[in-house]
Design a binder for this molecule. Structure first.
Ligand code: MG
Length: 256
């Protein structure tokens, strides 16, 4: 079997993916707005499941590779893949990353954002982490143009992360998405020797910088999911799904 290094989706698939991505974007915003100090991450996850179902979708992550919750909720030094639980009570000023997958009519949407619980003011360092991760994502999106290569996205993200003096997680990468949650190609947040495939219309990519206040080093907890920073410093995660076109990409998970 020849392993394709990317997938260009058909117009019919793109219609389904676009609808799923829009539902995921709506869910992401609604779930982020539900974050309140005093609630457990498990309570937030249960609300997230209800939000996704109310939008007509099903939670993509539930059962994926055995993942036991509706969405991933990652608090402070948890980078990604946090498992909601009854012990973690959200505190004012906590960084809460919500990563939302929605399956709808055969399409998949995957998107994430990090919010500060309680809307309290945070340190300059945390402000830099939040602003830098978002601008790294936007820089990556601007580089996702037809005719460019995956490495151009990686380079744009890396440059912005470096400009904000943030650690880049190298053990995890963005990915193709659309009909399956994870499709080729990988979309690293750092430059690799391999330029990756050329970007052609119909490709759908999840660009998702995972940036740390300290080093980019992470470890996986014994639960086999929870990814934490090695130095215990905070991490942020923002993710959009983009459709490659002839020119500027269409950001499928933008909410207008
Ligand atoms: Mg993703």
């Amino acid at each position: 079997m020849i392993r394709r290094d990317f997938i260009a989706h058909t117009p019919d698939e793109i219609d389904r993916i676009r609808a799923a991505a829009q539902a995921a974007a709506q869910a992401r915003e609604q779930i982020a707005d539900l974050v309140q100090p005093g609630m457990t991450t498990r309570q937030l996850d249960e609300m997230a499941g209800a939000v996704i179902h109310a939008l007509g979708g099903t939670p993509t992550f539930l059962g994926y590779g055995g993942f036991p919750r509706n969405i991933c909720i990652s608090v402070n030094d948890v980078v990604v893949h946090g498992i909601a639980n009854d012990r973690t009570v959200i505190q004012p000023g906590d960084l809460i990353s919500v990563d939302v997958g929605v399956t709808l009519h055969g399409g998949i949407g995957d998107t994430a954002k990090t919010v500060i619980a309680g809307g309290v003011s945070v340190s300059k360092a945390i402000e830099r982490l939040m602003a830098g991760t978002q601008s790294a994502l936007e820089a990556g999106i601007r580089a996702a143009r037809g005719g460019f290569h995956v490495r151009d996205i990686s380079a744009a993200v890396e440059k912005e992360a470096n400009a904000h003096k943030l650690g880049i997680v190298r053990d995890l990468v963005g990915h193709g998405c659309g009909v399956k949650l994870h499709e080729p190609p990988e979309v690293p947040n750092f430059v690799t020797r391999n330029p990756g495939p050329k970007l052609v219309p119909g490709m759908v990519l999840c660009i998702e910088p995972m940036l740390n206040l300290g080093t980019g080093k992470v470890y996986v907890e014994p639960d086999q999911w929870t990814v934490r920073t090695a130095d215990g410093k905070a991490s942020a995660h923002f993710e959009h799904m983009v459709l490659i076109t002839e020119n500027q990409p269409e950001v499928l998970t933008r909410v207008f």
